[in-house]
Write a protein that binds this ligand. Sequence first.
Ligand code: PMP
Length: 396
Amino acid sequence: MKFASRLDNVETSAIRELFKLLGKPGIISFAGGFPDSAMFDVEGLREASQKALAEEPGGALQYGATEGYEPLRTQLAAFERSKGVTDIEPQNLIVTTGSQQALDLLGKTMISPGDKVIVEGPTFLATIQCFRLYGADLVSAPIDANGVQVDKLEQLIAEHRPKFVYLIPTFGNPSGALLSLERRKKILELAVKYQVLVVEDDPYGDLYFGEAPPPSMLALSKDVPGSREWIAHCGSMSKVLSPGLRVGWLIAQPELLAKSTMCKQFSDAHTSTFAQATAAQYLKSGRMPATLDNVRKKYAERADAMAQALTRELGDAIEFTAPKGGLFFWARLTGAGGKVKDASEFAKRAIEQGVAFVPGAPFYANNPDNSSFRLSFATADVGKIIEGSKRLGAAI
Ligand code: PMP
């Protein structure tokens, strides 16, 4: 069959192939990007969905507005206000089918074939594929433990004049990196200086382990004159509440929001009203703060266990910065003592030892670092993290 030429540059993810191996009995997986299903607030969601049906069956089961179910937009605006976006109103956001759809809508509304888009190196794999589907020519900006390197970013913006810059400033996937406050402000200034849209993808911002991270770039935009119109923000219920709900949101300036809404209309008409009404009831129930506390505590414990176990079992064979939130460790093989340096080779040996993770190369739009890899501590309990790390030690 002859498919559309836009598919020519997009491959199914290398990671998907690796996931096929995960069915092996007894394997400990650090490979996924899923939150832990054991942490879902099933009771709270059951009550919320029952309330949604009892109190507003018309709203929860009927077709709805493309922009989103009004009570949910109201709750989400309040949720964002509680996180420092003090001036946001329900009409400044649309509900999307996961934040993945918000990214797709941004691709659809902004990218013409051949347009440059700057992403972090490394960045979220599905974004690379999604933007490429729209014909984007991706340019990678390097990162360090404090997020994207602003001087390099400015050089790349000046050189390539991209359609937009895509960042995961808070506990990136896969990097786990946290963009510093200073860099956030500087990037907002760059957005104004170069009149370039900055997309802030923020599914992990609520998952911090100790101190809260700096405010989102969206929240900070009120301190940088003229920057609000240059920031688009993608939020998600997936990592704190449930990814199966498929509830995300997009905040952007009115024109971009209107175009995105139009594109969404042709795509899925609207996000499931049942899911939206359930999410709205959940936020209204007041259970969210306790849920956030719970997931933060449990993931913090696992992240801590992983940091210790990796240091103990792998020593100087790898280097990493322990994340302050999110779901991921991003590490590099150093090759110290003649040990394996290539992460794909290491992944194969690890599978033989009964532990899985994801090599880092596919997360780079250009110039992959083949020694890098991603480990998720989200779905393994502390015992499995310790045992899995021992197996990594044996594999290396
Ligand atoms: N952005 C990033 C950085 C992610 O890691 C993910 C999920 N893995 C998403 C967006 C999409 O999440 P969802 O569609 O479930 O909101």
